[in-house]
Design a protein around this ligand. Structure first.
Ligand SMILES: CC(C)(COP(=O)(O)OP(=O)(O)OC[C@H]1O[C@@H](n2cnc3c(N)ncnc32)[C@H](O)[C@@H]1OP(=O)(O)O)[C@@H](O)C(=O)NCCC(=O)NCCS
Length: 167
């Protein structure tokens, strides 16, 4: 069993720490070290995280084992994305040593519960085309909807798949 709890602003450094421990293994063979550093700074500086929570309505969830203060991973989501009944999963990262043990599944289940409670009818997310996570998403019921290439500045692009799961 896992505990899934909403993160407080005090937890933002923990989220940043998990990202910095997870991204090199996730993207080391997909993106250049320069692009990884650029994206981490853009998405995970404390200012950027605070802006996501305070101004962009992103909600972060953290996973722990019961009776433990060790955080294993996080997800963030946004209800009613772009004024549609869709919940966008912006982020989901599990520490390398805790992957493959059901933590990702538990976080998506928690997001699914909230999305349904708010009458949202689908989950949506972006994932890099070459990320192994595509198989995870397919396993839990997502399907590829389209490709999306996003210019993130500094000469870098994100080469993504958009994946959707109807609820
Ligand atoms: C992708 C990720 C979130 C999945 O979470 P996880 O806790 O490792 O996955 P779970 O243990 O909950 O797996 C759930 C199911 O998906 C399957 N699965 C997980 N990863 C898989 C993979 N790479 N390939 C195929 N199946 C996979 C599991 O076998 C399991 O299936 P089962 O229910 O039949 O046993 C996690 O591995 C992670 O953080 N990866 C690195 C960061 C990342 O890529 N994040 C996504 C960015 S878009």
């Amino acid at each position: 069993m896992l505990n899934i709890t909403p993160a407080a602003l005090d937890h933002l450094p923990v989220i940043r720490d998990i990202a910095y421990r997870t991204w090199p293994a996730t993207f080391g063979e997909i993106l250049s070290p320069e692009q990884i550093a650029y994206m981490l700074e853009m998405m995970y500086s404390l200012d950027a995280l605070r802006e996501q929570v305070n101004e962009k309505q992103h909600v972060f969830l953290l996973a722990t084992e019961p009776d433990s203060d060790q955080f294993l991973g996080y997800a963030s989501y946004e209800l009613n994305y772009q004024n549609q009944p869709i919940t966008k999963i912006h982020k989901i990262y599990i520490l390398p040593e805790s992957q493959g043990k059901g933590v990702g599944n538990a976080l998506i289940s928690a997001v699914t519960d909230v999305a349904r409670q708010h009458g949202n009818t689908a989950l949506s997310l972006n994932v890099n085309k070459h990320n192994k996570a595509v198989r995870f998403y397919e396993r839990i019921g997502f399907a590829i909807a389209k490709t999306e290439t996003i210019d993130i500045g500094n000469g870098f692009i994100m080469d993504d798949l958009v994946m959707i799961k109807p609820l």
